[in-house]
Write a protein that binds this ligand. Structure first.
Ligand code: ZN
Length: 170
């Protein structure tokens, strides 16, 4: 396993639309293991493959979001699709590709996701609260949609300035 570099906004790779996974092979299993290590080292709650530069429709989430413990297996979603959503929730959202940025984002209160697991089985999972929020955020990454698209123009400019400054500081 390896800790991978996180792709930071405004890197254009984050705008790519990721392609579906055709087969769950060793490359996908290795990618997921590396993503897992990368997410924990960076103290993230979720991570999409494109955030480590792999344009495939895979994301992972911390089992803590589902009421589990860190020792539980990482939640893995391959070719995910949100199939139902209802209600609304407010809350602040962050992203490992936007270090230090937290912005309020409205999301559905409850969502159902359909995805394939590492075992190749298709499953559905219902979530509310922070896990529902993570499902929305991470599936959007796979279509090149980002946190910054959820805020107004002025806020977006200030986020861009902040991340540019951080990048030039090295
Ligand atoms: Zn993100």
């Amino acid at each position: 396993m390896a800790v991978l570099d996180i792709v930071i906004f405004p890197d254009p790779r984050l705008r790519q639309v990721s392609r579906p996974v055709e087969e769950i092979d060793d490359r996908i299993r290795e990618l997921v293991a590396d993503m897992q290590e990368t997410m924990y080292v960076n103290e993230g709650a979720g991570l999409a493959a494109i955030q480590v530069g792999a344009p495939v429709r895979v994301f992972i989430a911390d089992p803590v979001l589902a009421g589990g413990g860190r020792e539980d297996p990482t939640l893995v979603y391959i070719n995910p699709k949100i199939v139902r959503q209802e209600g609304e929730q407010d809350g602040d959202e962050g992203c490992l590709s936007f270090p230090g940025v937290f912005v309020p984002v409205g999301r559905p209160a409850k969502v159902t996701i359909s995805a394939t697991g590492l075992d190749g089985e298709v499953f559905e999972q219902e979530a509310d609260g922070i896990l529902a929020r993570a499902f929305c955020h991470e599936t959007e990454h796979l279509d090149g949609e980002l946190l910054i698209d959820k805020v107004g123009r002025l806020k977006a400019q200030s986020i861009k300035r902040k991340l540019k400054r951080a990048a030039t500081k090295g």
